[in-house]
Design a protein around this ligand. Sequence first.
Ligand SMILES: [Zn+2]
Length: 347
Amino acid sequence: MFFRDLLGQERVISFLRQGLASGQMPHALLFLGPEGVGKESTALALAQALNCQERRPDQDACGRCQSCRLFAAGNHPDFWRIRPEGEGVNPQIKIEQIRELRRQTGFAPFAGAWRVVLLKPAAAMNEAAANALLKTLEEPPPHNLLILTASGERDLLPTIVSRCRRLVFQALPPSLVVQQLQARRGLSFEAATLMAAIHGGSLGLALAAEPASLVAAREQMLSELAGLDEPEYSPVLAWAAAQAKKGAEVERFLLLAQLWYRDLLVLASQGGVAQLINQDRLADLRQQQGRIGRETILRRLEALQGLQRQLRSNVNVELALNAFTWHWRQARPAAAEAGRSAANELW
Ligand SMILES: [Zn+2]
């Protein structure tokens, strides 16, 4: 992996190039940012550059020397990953792994100039592991660089954060993610646009996802939302109960619904087609926008945002979904009458 192949993150890369050029690399770096924006690739590129025997004038690795060949083969002895171990919903980085790290970093690097250890994600350290790591951060062994990754500082002990040089990775611009998805996955522009939107600025997540399953999830979301408009309220409550059991899938449902209604709002606000996420469904969007109108679109977007806030604040999921369906139905175009009858059914 080379700096020259990394996308976006110019500020981070520029800082690292300067550190390489001056020979003043911090002993611990904390890479902060969303998943899939290049934190691990950057760690690899840095490790390769630090160990390269013929580093280029721009501080990138040469790609030809013995050290670079070991990196290309994926088995350089001085680049390690410490990952959560164990099965289950909450695998952790354990104290034994940190003790082994402390033991190994007591020796000089095997092959090259620097041993680089990537702890990813650092938030997976349990408390004992984090406290053990603190000792290493307080007395950094020479020629060892620790790289911790996290989505945000609050995921880590402040004492750990304060002993690392923080580098903030940004979400990648959507246009860049779309372009990469087209080039690397052979997706159409429309499919790539939807994939990029659903995964924020995370190219890694978008590349790992399956476009067909996303399109299927969108169809499912549309049919479920249509069901919420049915006159009978009991199937709607049954829907809320079923959704509540789906765990993480609710988030995806919510995101897809927000993107759909965002598109409706773009159309209702006379926005251009190029701004739409669901461009492949333009005819359906236009038809729906004409049918329900701007007021309903706005109120439904509010209902979706309200649900999102509630889900993030750890409320009872089913209750939150019930309340959401009520707001959703209240926003129907025939709002006054439909709203009253929905309220009567609920209360
Ligand atoms: Zn090299």
